[in-house]
Design a protein. Sequence first.
Length: 454
Amino acid sequence: MTATKKQREPAKVPLATGRMSVFGLLRIARRNVLETIPELATWQTMVSGKIFKRWHMVMDPGGLRRILKERPEAYPKSEAVKNLFKPVIGNSLFVAEGKHWQWQRRAAAPAFAARNLKELAPVMSGSAARMVERLQSAVGNVADLHLLAVAATFEVINSVCFSGEDSMELETVQDAFEKFIEDAGRVSLLDVASVPAWVPRPGRLYNSYFHRRELKQITDPAIEMRRSIGPRTPPDLLDLLAEGEDPQTKRRMNNDELRDNLITFILAGHETTALSLAWSLYLLAFDPSWQRQVRVEAQSVLNGRIATAEDVSKLVLTRQVIEEALRLYPPSAMLARTARERDTVGGRQVLPGDTLFIPIYALHRNHCFWSDPDRFNPGRFADRSSIDKFAFLPFGGGMRICIGASFALMEAVIILSSVVSKYEFALLPGQEPEPVMILTLRPKGGVRLKVEAA
Ligand code: HEM
């Protein structure tokens, strides 16, 4: 690759180009699961193989539509994924299947409806204001924008779940989640590589029990207290979830179900949203011309204010940058399903028991659907009708699409525009973050940027 070409492309994962033994695969997976994806997956629409079990990587939008939207009941989440999460989040929305999933989704849906999101937005603006304040002390210096983004999104999810007054120890929660994410990432390598379930997973039982106990100690008293004092005005996520009723079965969540779903939202929600912000800031530092355009837009819409829900629809370029960051660095970079029935996907025969990987990272950089896929070009999102819905899946697709997608996008637009309207960010020579998947796609080494007042 020439120097100029390199300069035009932001950080990327070196995908696999040759054949790999199982042990080679495990060794590489320990470093970065994404490096086990064959580069071929960015040129072809299906890649298949066998390691203990038959597997297929599906990048074909028609095939993805079939798995996620048309026949989701034939492609449940893989047992490996469920085994990984169940000890910590129970049988909550993220892992449940069939009827138990359906009623929970219907009961939780109103909490994430546009009307209620607007009620939750002031919390996002508050957190954006605090991030702006924190950055003030970094002016003229280098700051890790990934760490600052995690602090901001954690504050949001913590306040919208518990309204911040149920004496939550932020550090304890953060610590428990961080430990879980690290342990889960390490252990799940065996799962991602389809090593059979009978191969022992070191530490899983003890650690999962430990994390769950710690998280329960935090969430249970908050739920008990809320049940006794009743909902607040405006209601927070815990109230909305507690009040939520499945219109078909009239079922509401009991305390255990509430707790497991709250833990799910915190786990699924804050780290992923922080990553979309951190990668967006990295990309804006990588491309100063886009940074200028986004700042001009944010300054003209906000006029020195912090963004609110009402501003979001006007912050068009900010949103395009976030979508491009979600394309290049999808926080959930790899999904997996297990086939229940014989079927044809993307022209390939699928047998019951086959693993279907959805390598979102490779799908988003596939040359069949994206022009110059490794380049940072937020303008490609200006015309959404030109993008196949199933070629862009940062939030998954079909009935199991992320319930928090609108919440996350609103939060990311509010925080990014507020911060970029006030500060300039520059890359430090030789300090490019390395995209590494540890359960989520994180910037190894952080996103260390020079901060100046705008
Ligand atoms: C940029 C931020 C986010 C990204 C990239 C993201 C990504 C995803 C993806 C890819 C899925 C589908 C997984 C699959 O089909 O296997 C998912 C599901 C889910 N997400 Fe998100 N998510 C984000 C933010 C959030 C937020 C803020 C919340 C909650 C507050 C949330 C809660 C959930 C839940 C509960 C599910 C399971 C839904 C179901 O199966 O019915 N996520 N997310």
